[in-house]
Design a protein around this ligand. Sequence first.
Ligand code: UDP
Ligand code: MG
Length: 136
Amino acid sequence: MNNLEKTLSIIKPDAVERNLQEEIKKNFIDNGFEIKNEKKIQISKSEAEEFYKVHQSKPFYAELCNYLSSGPIVVMVLEKNNAVIDNRKLMGATDPTKADEGTLRKKYGISIDKNSVHGSDSIENAKIEINFFFKS
Ligand code: UDP
Ligand code: MG
């Protein structure tokens, strides 16, 4: 069944800093994702606060926003059938120590905060997040 979707992926500062962006992009392509749009940017702390506002009540919110704005990131629109769920599966668990073998966070993540990649968690949030970075 054709269920073409788009999702937002971010290669986070820890991975860009280690120059892993091409290798991580190859993982997406090898797993059937098409990279429809991408840009390397650095966002401000207030932009990170806006992006992660669903987490504003969490104890890790301030650090999370400091971190996402601490260095360059690569933001991408990925497309394939069932892109949202398939990207979440490819990424693995939030905590790299709990992520399954072969997932991006297992392979590249350093810690629960420096876990190398972000991916939208629902179709609705994917639309919001894509629009946040690539306003149409
Ligand atoms: N995070 C953290 N500490 C935690 C939980 C999450 O630093 O205890 C960070 C982590 O980088 C994660 C992000 O906050 O990727 C967003 O958390 P979420 O629960 O949405 O995880 P994700 O959707 O990224 O797997
Ligand atoms: Mg999330």
